[in-house]
Design a binder for this molecule. Structure first.
Ligand code: F6R
Length: 410
């Protein structure tokens, strides 16, 4: 075997002495710690491009499989709920949770925001998300009845790790949601949800984001079924989760049409991404993807806030991507599109609804799932939109300027 599969994770203040045929671990004071190696079940193929030109596109296309892995063995048909072995809470504990707060940086923060909406809708527990990078600087109130969830693909983001340390110092309850087994955040939290996205190499997060959202849907389902989510609604969500991999594959099969829309607007200097309620975290993640890999200035706004300021920016040079879930707010979304177009702004609608023809300049249609889960599907075309814009502009997609995959410094 060309590559090692046995690893030992060192804690802070621990060191390893490695000789030709043995190793041992100890503290800085030379006290032995006797760490046992862990086997990593990844192969070098997991890190190969396998025919793709870059990792980002490969990872976008791996999403159906990644979601399947995240769901594997975690859906319980008998009680219409989810099983998350890493979350150490009893049903009684779930009743004592009065708030769930997701902490993460960048896309992990936006995934946390999507997670907060899912937990709040499914479990009716107040939930929110906050940038982990700000958390420790504002003397946060750490309530013992709040469950904090530290969200991180790499599990090594210094700001998120520092937020976990601050939480633990204050006696807070924290669970991790990490993709890299054995990572610092995973170990610091000691319990949580493993994301099962597989290695993510491209700087821009795609499959890890999706698996974060899917995991938070399962968390919401689990908590909801302990509280007041009915069996019928539990079944609806279980079926919806099972449908996700196939529906994501359907979106990916429409890549060419999405690429055409991206090429049409690739010359724009600035773009708006609008969403409301369920579409708001989708819009934020869409703008994040576009700005980080294409360097086009992209700003996400809540559609309802448009007339309170940013409407002044709308003209024919400012395309707007609107997220239009076919939910009870559809008429409001339609009104937003009309407002933007009345000011000459081109509109791309990303939707699972049948919109009146001619309403938007371009429509990217996605399949329909349950209202709570639709945000997960609506995010996928925005990854491809950003990807094809960046490709048209000749950017270094996997390694955008000034960014690192894992931000291990403050
Ligand atoms: C976005 C992106 C960054 C990361 C952020 C957190 O595509 O890559 O915003 O999401 O730096 O990284 P993790 O999830 O490793 O903590």
């Amino acid at each position: 075997m060309r590559h090692t599969q046995q690893v030992v994770y060192l804690d802070d203040g621990e060191l390893a002495t490695v000789r030709a045929h043995e190793f041992y671990t100890s503290t800085l004071e030379a006290r032995r710690t006797d760490k046992v190696p862990t086997t990593v079940d990844l192969t070098s193929e997991d890190y190969e491009l396998g025919g793709y030109a870059d990792y980002m596109r490969k990872e976008i296309h791996e999403q159906p499989d990644a979601v399947r892995r995240a769901l594997l063995g975690r859906l319980d048909d008998r009680f219409a709920t989810a099983r998350l072995g890493g979350i150490e809470v009893t049903a009684r504990d779930v009743h004592s949770i009065r708030r769930v707060t997701f902490l993460g940086c960048g896309s992990a923060y936006y995934a946390g925001q999507m997670g907060a909406a899912l937990v709040e809708e499914l479990a009716r527990i107040p939930a929110d998300a906050e940038p982990a990078s700000e958390f420790r600087y504002r003397n946060p109130v750490v309530d013992p009845h709040t469950l904090f969830v530290a969200v991180s693909q790499s599990g090594e983001t210094a700001d998120t790790l520092a937020a976990v340390a601050e939480l633990k110092r204050k006696g807070g309850r924290v669970a991790g949601a990490v993709n890299v087994v054995g990572s610092s955040i995973g170990r610091a939290c000691g319990n949580g949800i493993f994301l099962h996205a597989g290695p993510e190499v491209a700087v821009a997060s795609t499959k890890a984001f999706t698996n974060m959202a899917v995991s938070f849907a399962m968390l919401g389902l689990l908590f909801g079924r302990v509280r007041d989510l009915s069996v019928a609604d539990g079944r609806r969500i279980v079926a919806g989760l099972r449908a996700l991999p196939g529906q994501i594959a359907e979106i990916l099969a429409g890549e060419e049409a999405i690429a055409e829309v991206a090429l049409r607007y690739a010359g724009a200097q600035h773009m708006f991404f609008l969403g409301r309620v369920r579409g708001w975290s989708v819009a934020r993640e869409g703008a994040q993807k576009l700005k980080e890999i294409s360097y086009v200035h992209a700003e996400a706004y809540q559609a309802s806030e448009l007339k309170h300021g940013p409407l002044a920016l709308i003209d024919q040079s400012m395309p707007t991507v609107t997220i239009v879930p076919g939910d009870e707010l559809l008429a409001k979304h339609v009104a937003t599109i009309e407002e933007v177009r009345a000011r000459g702004g081109p509109v791309v609608a990303v939707t699972n609804a049948d919109l009146p023809s001619g309403l938007a300049d371009a429509v990217i249609k996605v399949p329909c799932n349950e209202p709570e889960l639709n945000p997960i599907l609506l995010t996928v075309p925005l990854q491809l939109f950003a990807y094809h814009t960046a490709q048209k502009l000749g950017r270094d997609i996997d390694k955008p300027r000034n960014l690192a995959k894992s931000v291990t410094v403050e």
